[in-house]
Ligand binder design. Structure first.
Ligand SMILES: Cc1cc2nc3c(=O)[nH]c(=O)nc-3n(C[C@H](O)[C@H](O)[C@H](O)COP(=O)(O)O)c2cc1C
Length: 155
C-alpha cells in the first residue's frame, strides 16, 4: 500500500516529462512510486495504491485526451474513499479552456470520495524552471497532506 501511482497521458512528451520529474522527486524523498501510462491503468490497481497523481494534457476543445476516456468512464465504479490524490499537467494558455481536463479529473476524483492533497497545478507547454520549482513543492505538499490523513485515520 506504500506506492504512489503517477498516472499520465502525453502525446508530445510534456506530460511524460512532468511525470518523470515527479518520479525523481518522490524517489529522492524516499517514496516508492509507480509510473503508469493512462492506457495501461486498471481500476483495481488504483484501489491498491496508497494514493495517486493524475498528470494529463487537454485536447480538442478543453476535453480529456481520447486515450484517457476508457479510464475516465471506468472510474465511475471505483471506490476511492479516503484515498489521497493530486492533479497536474501541461496544457496551453493559447486555448480557451486552459488545462480543463485537469478540472474534470479533479471533479470526478473528488466526487468518488478521494481527498485532494493540494491545488490543481496547470503548466503551460513544457515545464520551465519556475514550474519545476512548483512541482517540487507540489510533491512536498502531497506528502505532508498524506501524513496528516494517516495520522487522523490512526486516531
Ligand atoms: C488539437 C489540439 C487541441 C488542444 N486543445 C487544448 C485545450 O483545449 N486546452 C489546453 O489547455 N490545451 C490544449 N492543447 C494543448 C496541449 O494540451 C498541450 O500542448 C500539452 O502540453 C500537450 O501535452 P503532451 O506534450 O504531454 O502531449 C491542444 C493541443 C492540440 C494539438
Amino acid at each position: 500500500m506504500e506506492k504512489i501511482g503517477l498516472i499520465y497521458a502525453s502525446r508530445t512528451g510534456h506530460n511524460r516529462r512532468i511525470a518523470e520529474y515527479l518520479q525523481q522527486q518522490f524517489t529522492t524523498l524516499g517514496q516508492t512510486v509507480s509510473l503508469i501510462n493512462v492506457e495501461q491503468v486498471q481500476i483495481s490497481d488504483l484501489e491498491k495504491l496508497s494514493g495517486f497523481i493524475m498528470i494529463s494534457y487537454t485536447f480538442h476543445d478543453g476535453q480529456i485526451p481520447d486515450e484517457a476516456l476508457t479510464f475516465f468512464d471506468e472510474l465511475q465504479t471505483a471506490d476511492l474513499r479516503g484515498k489521497v490524490y493530486a492533479v497536474t499537467g501541461s496544457g496551453s494558455i493559447k486555448h480557451q479552456h486552459f488545462g480543463r481536463a485537469l478540472d474534470y479529473f479533479d471533479q470526478v476524483f473528488n466526487h468518488l470520495g478521494a481527498l485532494r492533497a493540494t491545488a490543481v497545478l496547470k503548466i503551460d507547454q513544457d515545464a520551465d524552471r519556475g514550474d519545476l520549482a512548483r512541482l517540487t513543492s507540489f510533491c512536498q505538499q502531497y506528502l505532508d497532506f498524506e501524513r496528516l490523513v494517516t495520522q487522523t485515520q490512526e486516531k
